[in-house]
Design a protein. Sequence first.
Length: 473
Amino acid sequence: MRVRSGFGVKALVLLATVGLCFFAGLGWAASQTLALGKHVDNPVVRIVKEFSPAVVNIDVETVSQRSALPFPFRDDPFFRRFFGEEFDRFSRSVPMKGRGSGFVVSKDGQILTNNHVVAGANKITVTLSDGKTYEANVLGKDPTFDLAVIKITPASELKTLELGDSDSIQVGEWVVAIGNPYGLEHTVTVGVISAKNRSIHTQGLNFDGFLQTDAAINPGNSGGPLIDMDGKVIGINTAIIPYAQGLGFAIPVNMARQIMNDLVTYGKVKRGWLGIAIQPLTKDFAEAYGISAENGVIVGDVFADSAADRAGLQRGDVIVSLDGENVKDTSWFINQVRSKGPGASLELQVIRAGKSVNVTAKLDEIPDNESQAAGDGGTDFFDKVGLAVSKLTNELRGQYKIENRSGLVVTQVVRGSTAQAVGFREGDVILEINRKKVNDPADVAGVIRKDSKLAALLVERGGRTFFVTLKMD
């Protein structure tokens, strides 16, 4: 019994040792397989390896005029008003540098990026993933949707990124952002689509329809691609909320696609033109007109021979629905119309004299010399200098604390624009243009000549008035 018992113990020890070695071997093999699979099957690794070469770094140089006068004189409109051109003698040119991202959309060197990355640039330098650098020129820019197409002349064909379908992307899907944050080239971040159709309305940015993502986006990521797990671009990284984490925003690529094609083909975006001036529907107006809708836009004017005129829209109509969607506000309505091309049809639900009327309007192309663009009542002048303005309403007076004044209130200043460069701010009130009073955006067309290059504006800010000269280039 003892012999057998002893033999049994030794056998068990031997079998246990062999078993441990066997399972240890299996564990090692499994770990190596998992380690190998981690690189082979990880879609992010595949995307970065395959498509990162199509992402570029963009360096820009601009020249800014800085005053040599001590504070508080350098920004005082009083001195500008009474000393005129002599004021410029105390200014000096200062070179400024900036960085952004972009991605290649054609093998011959067309690159899509944000307008604010290249706006006002005197020199644009593109650096590819292999370190080669090229000077770029701008094929076209669109400040409205903050997009631009630039072009380099490479020595050989370039790797490109394919545009996907941003409409089909779902909240919760994984996405990859590649860009140049803070100059850290080809930085890769990963996250999900956090939301769709986000609206951002702040100074310098007025946009509806953003994709929201928690993939880390920082200054320098602007213009870079947001890529889905199939390796296709579904957004162009554009904006962040600087005091938050995990809140980045990208322009949907479906919106960018047609804009990009127009910029390459025509150097500008061919937008549809409805031909009306609008203002927001207020509670007082809705009550006076017996309108139950909470949101809408009021037709303040209808331009002769326009799409709106042919469709039968009338002054005083309240548009409450566009293509089956309830109108949210004036900015939403403007962007919806601006996203349509010439020839597109709009289905509008209108409240007229207390009754609902359905109207179909076929859009014209926005005129070059007149830009009551997409029904916002603005003019080509404001588009060129980078301002969005509105007729003063009671709500706007309360919002910007404006009393007993008539004029146009500045609701947006486009980043990198002429208006921003001369110091315009949201809430400024434009009283006169070329010595003519303006109370409605439609007034401007009769104030500025078609061939004008300069305009003198009388502006009020904080109870003080001053003149500003704007170049329309």
